[in-house]
Design a protein around this ligand. Structure first.
Ligand SMILES: [Fe+2]
Ligand SMILES: [Fe+2]
Length: 180
């Protein structure tokens, strides 16, 4: 039984959003480092970026999946005024996933680049794609927290919140998507 005053329905999802904002800021910084620190720090910067991409794949993608399978349908049914916003959030998810995929392909090419010129070219493209991707993600996460999480915490009844929490727990037990 969840105590009314102790747990917001979206606490664990909010925790993930905060991590996402932190990691997205770090990724932007590592992309700048990649551009200006040159060959000496190439290995270190590649490793740092790879860790953030792993976080996106292991934590953020299952989180988006959880949103779409549990939170969104439930919120759309119980708070119908949020249905249009939910449609947009789903489009954001698609856009993010497809851009993340092409970013990863490019990143793999960087690891295998043989010449300085080729590396430079790829780094420029990574910076451009990464900036767009992180802008999309940061905007999305803030809007989702502001609209969906806030409304779910404020407008749903305790019994509805408990239902969502139970469903989230079931999924978390399977593959712990909300942790690092
Ligand atoms: Fe989310
Ligand atoms: Fe989302």
């Amino acid at each position: 039984m969840v105590h009314k005053n102790r747990v917001g329905v979206t606490t664990s999802l909010e925790h993930c959003h905060k991590e996402v904002l932190k990691k997205s800021q770090q990724l932007l910084q590592f992309l700048v480092n990649l551009r200006y620190e040159g060959k000496v720090s190439l290995g270190r910067n590649i490793k740092s970026i790879a860790e953030i991409l792993k976080f996106f794949q292991k934590t953020l993608l299952p989180h988006m999946d959880l949103d779409e399978r549990i939170l969104f349908p439930f919120v759309a049914t119980h708070i119908p005024r949020l249905s249009p916003a939910i449609k947009i959030f789903k489009i954001d998810h698609r856009e993010f996933k497809s851009n993340l995929r092409s970013f990863i392909v490019l990143f793999e090419q960087l690891k295998n680049a043989k010449t300085e010129n080729r590396r430079f070219e790829i780094i420029e493209q990574l910076k451009e794609k990464g900036t767009y991707l992180m802008c999309l993600l940061r905007h999305h996460v803030r809007a989702e927290s502001e609209q969906i999480h806030k409304a779910a915490d404020e407008d749903l009844h305790l019994v509805e919140k408990n239902f969502i929490l139970r469903e989230i727990k079931k999924v978390c037990k399977k593959h712990d998507p909300l942790r690092n």
